[in-house]
Ligand binder design. Structure first.
Ligand SMILES: [Zn+2]
Length: 298
């Protein structure tokens, strides 16, 4: 029984700001022909250069996954790509009029909702899936990262994170089949540690982060005075550390939302394999760098 390829019925635009540039950016998903997979198009650059979603086009993984091809770059690609994979779409053009994908609420949900709102269309070509038939592994000993992919009748992912942080502790998350993505993983937002946030703000590396698009983990003591400073920076009347060391800028959707977000990032980064993937990925302390290297191995 072969499945057919799918695209969306018509274009749909999502607007927001870039996390790092703080500039407004519009992203438009457009229907694409059979066997196209996903490609970004930078419509703000002359000639509208195309950037293939391919692991070998990755040029930076320090804060999100950045792709570059044909002289153009696109950053923070992973949450939009996770939405496409999570909805099992095969062919989509992603037009962006700026250097990064809008961060939205830090999850995949705004992209998922936009895509669902226009509906899908089955195409004539059969869906080709990369079916893993051997065991593959990847290790990054310096960061304690371990990834393993084993054959499986479904696309499954098991993630374990352990940040040596009393707040997060050890968390794990599991996706048993891709149909679970939309509800159980799509809404899970990115997270950062408060000490990282301070550094990012100081070095001007975070602008679109208005404290609504990240879970902030407070893993060391901080004075209310410092928090008041942060509140001012982020245009909030007041921020507080709630029990369990999570800043009260957002409410957690799931107790293990950080681990679930790491799983979402893997779904997005594995779009870089270039086609739908079938296998079970087991990941301990994954990050964008490891995800991309592993996607290259595959
Ligand atoms: Zn992410």
């Amino acid at each position: 029984m072969s499945q057919k390829q799918k695209t969306i019925k018509k274009p749909i635009t999502v607007s927001g700001v870039g996390l790092h540039t703080g500039a407004k950016v519009n992203l438009t998903f457009k229907p694409a022909p059979e066997n196209h997979w996903y490609k970004f198009v930078r419509t703000d650059i002359e000639g509208s250069p195309v950037i293939d979603v391919d692991a070998f086009n990755v040029v930076d993984t320090s804060r999100g996954t950045t792709l570059q091809q044909n002289g153009a770059r696109i950053s923070t690609t992973e949450h939009a790509l996770a939405a496409l994979v999570g909805l099992e779409l095969d062919n989509v053009i992603i037009e962006v009029d700026g250097p990064e994908v809008p961060i939205m609420d830090g999850s995949s949900s705004p992209f998922v909702e936009a895509l669902l709102s226009v509906g899908f269309e089955e195409q004539a070509a059969d869906r080709e899936v990369y079916i893993l038939n051997e065991v593959l592994s990847y290790e990054e000993p310096s960061r304690n990262v371990e990834m393993l992919a084993v054959p499986s009748p479904e696309y499954r992912i098991t993630v374990m994170v352990d940040y040596n942080s009393p707040v997060l502790g050890t968390q794990h998350a599991q996706l048993h089949k891709i149909e679970e993505f939309q509800k159980d993983f799509g809404p899970c937002r990115t997270f950062c540690f408060l000490h990282e946030l301070e550094t990012l703000v100081k070095h001007d590396l975070i602008k679109g982060g208005d404290l609504n698009n990240a879970i902030v983990v407070v893993d060391r003591e901080i004075s209310q005075e410092k928090l008041d400073e942060l509140a001012k920076l982020f245009n909030k009347p007041r921020v507080e550390v709630k029990e369990k060391g999570i800043l009260n800028n957002v409410q957690l959707h799931f107790q293990n939302e950080p681990a679930r977000h790491k799983l979402l990032d893997i779904v997005g980064d594995f779009a870089l394999v270039g086609m739908p993937f079938q296998g079970h990925i087991l990941a301990a302390r994954p990050g964008h760098a490891a995800n991309v290297e592993f996607a290259k191995v595959i």
